[in-house]
Design a protein around this ligand. Structure first.
Ligand SMILES: Cc1ncc(COP(=O)(O)O)c(C=O)c1O
Length: 395
């Protein structure tokens, strides 16, 4: 491998959310943090060089997004996903969660129903309920850790007057990359019941094990005209701190609504380093990304093998995309509170506990495996030691 994903980088003391708030969050600094979704790998050199190059210009004034910003995103979407999007269908967003909130504000009114599919990335819930909208849940079906959509429940919920659906594609935390057939079924229902779809595709560049990302809006004109797609280089290239992402909105009226809300709230400015990083990443990032995906597959294989050999009965869901593993600890027989306490106090690992992802999350933990294999192994060794100490006879 040309790039070194084994390199362990000390991130403490860098004002990192992942490393520098362990004490207030978990009550201890002696924790291997595997919670928030950023990776411990260094940003590729060509991105750092571009950012440093821009930083060397001594003035950091207000900035505009030149046409090449949108052209670069358009070229990336076509190259990576075969999705042809004209640059004028793309708009800026200072993050994907901000795009979700802006969409809630722009496309719905207080009291409107918005649908999610739990267990799901928890900021979806706040984006809905913090703004007086009504949360409707189409819970995913969990068959021994393999997840699917309950389409008859989805249809029932849609028919009750859902205005907007927040779709997580690929899905965080259950690791699914939705298939063409699933997407087509969803699109058919969204069209039939006149539902707008906010498709959060932030993890779409991180498909593993031969899976392919199919953008929901690429299925056809009808679904494209009711879809707002959120994308970003932040998960892919580890740039979350730069707050630079984008939305694709094919329908001109919907796009105007988005532009207006972005302007009204005055968050459309963006930052020069984010633009520079996005352009470098999307222009030069293919080879680095290929190697990252290979490394993540290796990490998942390592995790799965470790669990089955050393901690049998603790199981991980299949990982079709991204670096967030969804692990079922039901065999330990602890309730969710005890399980979290065990992880923090005894295993000394900072996971995200399943119930935070809503209904269906109980007994699960989400583990971020976007880290050097040695760190992953240390965390698993700590878990194995703590598990043997507490449940000796079972393991
Ligand atoms: C599905 C999903 N959407 C959005 C985000 C965060 O996006 P941003 O940092 O751009 O707001 C994450 C981060 O984990 C995520 O998993």
């Amino acid at each position: 491998m040309k790039y070194n994903f084994d390199k362990v980088i000390d991130r403490r003391g860098t004002d990192s959310v992942k490393y520098d708030i362990l004490q207030p969050l978990f009550g201890s600094d002696d924790i291997i943090p595997m919670w928030v979704a950023d990776m411990d790998f260094e940003v590729p050199e060509f991105v750092r060089e571009a950012v440093v190059g821009r930083a060397e210009h001594p003035v950091y004034g207000y900035t505009v997004r030149p046409p090449r910003f949108f052209e670069t995103i358009s070229a990336w979407l076509e190259r990576r996903h075969g999705w042809k999007v004209k640059p004028d269908k793309i708009d800026f967003s200072p993050g994907v969660v901000p795009a979700l909130v802006l969409s809630v504000l722009g496309y719905t009114n207080p009291g409107d129903k918005i649908l999610v599919q739990s267990p799901v990335y928890f900021p979806f819930f706040n984006a809905i309920t913090n703004h007086g909208r009504v949360l409707v849940n189409n819970q995913l079906v969990d068959q021994n850790g393999v997840y699917s959509i309950d389409f008859s429940d989805l249809e029932e919920k849609f028919s009750s007057g859902v205005k907007l659906m927040m779709f997580c594609h690929p899905h965080n935390p259950v690791g699914r990359a939705w298939t063409k057939q699933e997407l087509e079924m969803l699109a058919t229902l969204a069209i039939k019941y006149n539902v707008l779809v906010l498709s959060d595709e932030i993890h779409s560049d991180l498909l593993l094990f031969g899976n392919r990302h199919i953008p929901l809006a690429s299925l056809g004109k009808e679904i494209a005209s009711r879809t707002i797609t959120c994308i970003a280089p932040s998960k892919t290239f580890n740039l979350a701190g730069l707050h630079t992402s984008a939305v694709v909105i094919e329908d001109p009226k919907l796009k105007k609504v988005y532009e207006k809300i972005l302007e009204d709230i005055h968050v459309g400015g963006g930052n020069i380093f984010g633009f520079t990083a996005l352009e470098a990443a999307y222009r030069e990032g293919d080879e680095w990304l290929g190697q990252l995906l290979e490394y993540l597959e290796g990490n998942y294989d390592f995790l799965k093998k470790y669990l089955s050999e050393i901690l049998p009965g603790i199981t991980v869901s299949p990982l079709e995309a991204t670096y967030l593993a969804w692990i079922n600890f039901g065999i330990l027989g602890l309730d969710d509170k005890e399980l979290m306490k065990f992880m923090v106090k005894e295993a000394r690992i900072g996971f995200v506990d399943g119930p935070r992802f809503g209904e269906g999350g109980t007994q699960y933990m989400r583990m971020n495996i976007g880290t050097p294999r040695a760190v992953l192994k240390s965390a698993l060794d700590q878990l194995a030691d703590a598990t043997r100490d507490k449940f000796g006879e079972k393991f």
